[in-house]
Design a protein around this ligand. Structure first.
Ligand SMILES: CC(C)(COP(=O)(O)OP(=O)(O)OC[C@H]1O[C@@H](n2cnc3c(N)ncnc32)[C@H](O)[C@@H]1OP(=O)(O)O)[C@@H](O)C(=O)NCCC(=O)NCCS
Length: 172
């Protein structure tokens, strides 16, 4: 099940992110940071309700955000969960009228398979500024490739289907 995260998920999100942060695959987060921004997270859970995947929306401006902290529990890799939580983040971004998403990753194919286009992080001075702050505070930044996706102002599929049905009902 893929859903918006709630406060009670924060420690499980922390566990997922922490194991990959130590490998330099993503920035580490504290429990307080996750809990304070829990509205920006999407999680996937297994049949018992345990969090097995997560992703976060990090907003830089009213129209630009990063897809960050994409993490799937090792036992569940390759089952489409990473894709599902990123699609959940895209729905959240659309609901907030965000027009462009970017992501940084060492795993090329993952974002390409979700129709993101390769770009350069220099397009995002907001992100570079954040990197500089982190570097100054002693955090080691692992260089990654950058991907972007324009969301535009198109309606999400469920709304389009709903509209198509309404039109068909009126016509029929
Ligand atoms: C990267 C990660 C999020 C992918 O999650 P996942 O649930 O295994 O991915 P999906 O099953 O949705 O895969 C979608 C596509 O991504 C690609 N992909 C996924 N993992 C990949 C990997 N490790 N290397 C190369 N391509 C990969 C595949 O092309 C796959 O398409 P396919 O099903 O046609 O083969 C997961 O491996 C993970 O948690 N990695 C460690 C954390 C990390 O690196 N996060 C950084 C942000 S990507």
């Amino acid at each position: 099940m893929v859903r918006r995260a709630v406060r009670a998920d924060a420690s499980q999100i922390l566990d997922l992110v922490a194991q990959y942060a130590t490998q330099g695959l993503m920035l580490s987060r504290t429990l307080d940071e996750i809990a304070a921004r829990i509205d920006n997270y999407v999680v996937a859970t297994d049949g018992t309700g345990r969090v097995i995947a997560c992703a976060a929306l990090e907003e830089y401006s009213p129209s630009l955000a990063e897809v960050s902290s994409v993490a799937v529990a090792p036992a569940h890799h390759g089952q489409g969960l990473g894709s599902q939580v990123v699609l959940g983040i895209e729905r959240l971004a659309r609901a907030r009228d965000i027009e462009e998403l970017f992501a940084l990753s060492l795993t090329d194919n993952f974002f390409l398979s979700l129709s993101y286009k390769p770009t350069t992080v220099s397009r995002y001075p907001e992100k570079l500024a954040r990197y500089e702050t982190l570097t100054r505070s002693g955090v080691e930044i692992v260089p990654k490739r950058c991907f972007q996706k324009a969301l535009g102002r198109s309606w999400p599929t469920p709304q389009l289907v709903e509209q198509a049905l309404t039109v068909r009902q009126k016509v029929g």
